[in-house]
Write a protein that binds this ligand. Structure first.
Ligand code: HEC
Ligand code: HEC
Ligand code: HEC
Ligand code: HEC
Ligand code: HEC
Length: 402
């Protein structure tokens, strides 16, 4: 039954599929998104036949790769492209593609005029005082820009200098055939370098380096160098049947998988130098092991950090001792000043948790004289930005003193 329905829907769709794509060769001066979508099929064009994959993708960050990073892209448009004299002199498209090459690759086909309209939508979605209906329509335009099925299974699926064939979907298995589009097998899609096309430092045609994601660098130079053998696809797609949901740092399950936290506490009594009194104390050792295939956390969001809070409270609930550690990757501009803006970051420092390594923090905590019971709590949080955070790990210990 289901199969029949699919085939029927398929027959109707396939006709449209071929006619539309035949009419549009890969051009770079297209004036509307509708025309771009004749080549770069929107995910909705695949959903009828690949509905499970579509449902997963729709919820993934790839499914909203402009809306999800809109704040950062808006800053670049308002303060970079439209304000910096050197950028003002250049084509709007060349400057905007410095982000969209990864966040919305289909815009490679856009004319200067269409790119101007897209940037207007970016501004309108933020503009104060603009009627809600206008804002909504601007966001609807931007929702059409994403890392779509077609981007991965056609446009980016062939290793350069090769070029993808039209009306062909590239797959890893490519078993079976479809009358609706040709299917070709490629090993490229199954390799880490396929994901690294977008998940790493990018050099634009004018040689400007854009440091947004830095995952490729730590994947190769730290994870693989330390003996790691899994690929991005192993951890982000195959493990736990994650498929096309591509969970990362916004999904609690992957966040919990990513760091093992081991807390060891030994209660002792301290005798401070020159004192004649004993104080309740503890030797605290915390081992954090990064199980991911790269540093944690990774830019860009450049505000992202993993924070460890260690808090000791007495019987009345008063905090009597505490420490905080932060693991993060500060971005620096050309002058060496810290910045959170993707387009200004040209250098970085690394205070992150390295992959396949255990980072150990040790403390000698001394509590107030006479405390009988201490509640110790160690909490690991992933903070993306103000108000967006997840608790990755949480451990509690009760320490008793006679
Ligand atoms: C080489 C590809 C690439 C380029 C070029 C690029 N980005 Fe990104 N960007 C990514 C990837 C991949 C992620 C998500 C992965 C991560 O967090 O490591 C991301 C994440 C972001 C985020 C964080 C989204 C969130 O809330 O988690 C922002 C904001 C952002 N990018 C803005 C920009 C801006 C602005 C530019 C242009 C100046 C840009 N990016 C250029 C690939 C790129
Ligand atoms: C970020 C890149 C990316 C995007 C976006 C993407 N895919 Fe995939 N897809 C892959 C990779 C990589 C594999 C191979 C996974 C493996 O080896 O386990 C794959 C596998 C598949 C398969 C075969 C295996 C299966 O799960 O059934 C189909 C069909 C498929 N994708 C369709 C789609 C459709 C439809 C969409 C959009 C709704 C989509 N893909 C979006 C990268 C992507
Ligand atoms: C009219 C139905 C239909 C539409 C529309 C359709 N497909 Fe397919 N697709 C199939 C069939 C049938 C197969 C054969 C393999 C199978 O049975 O899964 C297939 C196979 C694939 C494969 C190969 C998977 C592998 O085994 O490695 C990929 C990738 C794929 N499709 C992606 C897409 C993408 C991306 C779109 C949208 C641009 C799309 N398909 C649109 C029916 C369709
Ligand atoms: C065409 C460019 C492109 C390709 C290819 C691509 N990605 Fe992405 N990916 C992005 C962008 C852009 C984002 C961030 C979007 C945002 O936050 O707005 C992202 C986000 C992600 C995230 C979520 C990040 C988070 O902050 O939680 C994961 C996980 C991810 N990608 C994994 C993969 C894997 C695995 C592959 C290869 C199979 C891959 N990507 C291929 C562009 C790409
Ligand atoms: C050994 C497993 C493993 C491998 C290999 C791996 N990842 Fe991850 N990745 C994870 C886990 C677990 C997380 C969630 C933890 C976090 O983000 O703090 C994650 C997080 C991410 C994020 C969000 C990072 C952030 O902090 O914003 C992105 C993007 C990502 N991975 C992409 C990739 C890409 C691209 C590759 C291949 C070059 C890759 N991963 C290889 C396990 C892996």
């Amino acid at each position: 039954m289901v199969k029949k329905a699919i085939m029927a829907a398929a027959a109707i769709l396939s006709a449209a599929f071929f006619i539309l794509s035949a009419s549009a060769a890969a051009r770079a001066d297209v004036d509307t998104l509708d025309e771009i979508e004749k080549v770069f099929k929107p995910a909705e064009a695949c959903s009828k036949c690949h509905s499970d994959v579509y449902q997963q993708w729709k919820k993934s960050v790839h499914g909203e790769s402009v809306l999800h990073s809109l704040e950062g892209i808006y800053q670049y448009v308002a303060e970079g492209i439209l304000k910096e004299p050197d950028r003002q002199k250049r084509s709007v498209k060349a400057e905007a593609m410095k982000c969209f090459v990864c966040h919305a690759p289909m815009l490679d086909m856009a004319s200067e005029k269409l790119m101007g309209e897209v940037l207007d939508s970016v501004k309108q979605s933020y503009k104060h005082g603009l009627p809600d209906a206008k804002k909504k329509s601007a966001r609807e335009t931007l929702a059409r820009l994403n890392v779509s099925c077609f981007v991965c299974h056609n446009a980016k699926a062939v290793h350069p200098p090769g070029k993808p064939d039209q009306n062909t979907m590239y797959g890893v298995k490519a078993a079976g055939s479809s009358p609706f589009h040709s299917v070709k097998k490629t090993a490229f899609l199954d390799n880490a370098i396929f994901c690294m096309q977008c998940h790493g430092v990018y050099t634009a045609p004018d040689r400007e380096q854009i440091i947004c994601s830095t995952i490729s660098q730590s994947y190769r130079d730290q994870y693989v160098a330390a003996g790691g053998q899994e690929t991005c696809q192993d951890c982000h797609m195959r493990k736990k049947n994650r498929g096309h949901a591509f969970p990362g740092a916004y999904v609690l399950d992957t966040l919990k998988d990513s760091v093992t936290m081991l807390v060891n506490v030994r209660t002792v009594k301290d005798l401070p130098i020159d004192s004649t009194k004993w104080f309740p104390a503890a030797a605290v050792t915390i081992d954090l092991t990064n199980n991911a295939g790269h540093r944690l956390p990774d830019g860009c969001l450049w505000t992202a950090r993993i924070v460890m809070d260690i808090t000791a409270k007495d019987e009345r609930g008063q905090t009597v001792w505490s420490r905080t550690e932060e693991f993060f990757q500060p971005g620096l501009d050309i002058e060496g000043n810290r910045t959170y803006n993707a387009w200004q970051i040209k250098d970085m420092l690394d205070f992150t948790l390295p992959p396949r390594k255990t980072t150990t923090e040790k403390y000698f905590a001394v509590f107030p004289e006479g405390a009988g019971k201490i509640n110790l709590e160690v909490r690991l949080r992933y903070i993306h930005k103000k108000g967006v955070e997840f608790i990755m790990q949480n451990e509690k210990r009760t320490l008793r003193y006679e």
